[in-house]
Write a protein that binds this ligand. Structure first.
Ligand code: ATP
Ligand code: ATP
Length: 220
């Protein structure tokens, strides 16, 4: 059967996390159906979001009535109640929602959500904490990890690189990372070439092995 709301997203739980997520999706012009069991939360967000309804998401029948089975994607943003979070994921699995994202608040919670059938488990507190650790102690301005070993980072250019072409420095050079983008002061980001010469105040996009990216971004 064709899903009528393929591009739309159901967000369940309008705590701080769920509200920011719903707001961001709406700002990107995605249709959002937001569900919360607390009438006060529903009342509070009904002005900002198009469709906010009050329902207990652990009830498969209630979700079915709201048409949730027709949606392509659902996010379970409930955090504090492990039981509500797990039962809601289970209800979405039973309804056959093809992409279920679920928020975990601990590693065990994450394991349970995974075994119940969530397709993507997110752990925002852990992920933000880990990311921030890198940003605080280095020249990194942004950092994304892929798997256990690969990373891309936005980094202030180290002093040792100034005035020299990239060909002398990476990837086989002393740092072992690849510089893919360069933003010279006052300009926009461009693809890096071997001939690119780094000026003071430049920002770089570098990719490579996590440890090498980290070493590259250490304060010099
Ligand atoms: P945040 O950190 O995002 O503020 P939280 O962990 O502090 O979240 P939770 O108690 O997890 O808050 O609740 C998030 C929202 O999920 C609340 O608004 C709550 O009413 C809603 N919620 C909890 N259980 C259900 C349920 N069974 N059905 C629908 N909504 C629910
Ligand atoms: P999280 O979402 O990260 O779990 P939270 O908002 O649920 O955090 P908070 O009440 O903000 O939890 O507390 C986070 C930690 O900060 C707790 O361990 C608490 O003991 C500690 N904390 C709170 N106030 C102070 C303070 N004045 N000095 C030092 N530590 C504090």
């Amino acid at each position: 059967a064709r899903r009528t709301d393929e591009g739309s997203v159901v967000v369940i739980g309008l705590g701080r996390f769920g509200c920011h997520l719903s707001g961001a999706l709406a700002a990107m012009n995605h249709e959002v159906l937001a569900i919360d069991r607390n009438p006060e939360q529903v009342q509070r967000w009904s002005a900002q979001l198009d469709r906010v309804v009050q329902a207990d998401a652990t009830e498969e029948g209630s979700l079915r009535q709201l048409g949730v089975a027709d949606f392509g994607r659902a996010v379970v943003a409930i955090g504090a109640s492990l039981e509500a979070s797990v039962l809601t994921v289970l209800a979405l699995v039973e309804l056959g929602v093809p992409q279920i994202w679920a928020r975990a608040t601990s590693t065990k919670h994450a394991k349970i959500l995974d075994s119940v059938g969530a397709h993507h488990v997110i752990f925002p507190e852990a992920e933000t904490g880990e990311r921030l650790a890198h940003l605080i102690v280095s020249r990194m301005l942004d950092f994304i990890e892929f798997g256990d070993d690969f990373a891309i980072a936005k980094v202030c250019a180290p002093e040792a690189m100034l005035g020299r072409p990239l060909s002398e420095l990476t990837p086989t050079g002393r740092y072992g990372v690849r510089v893919v983008g360069v933003k010279l002061p006052g300009e926009r980001f461009r693809y890096a070439t071997d001939a690119t010469v780094i000026a003071p105040g430049s920002m770089l996009i570098v990719e490579g092995d996590i440890e090498q990216v980290q070493r590259f971004a250490e304060f010099s």
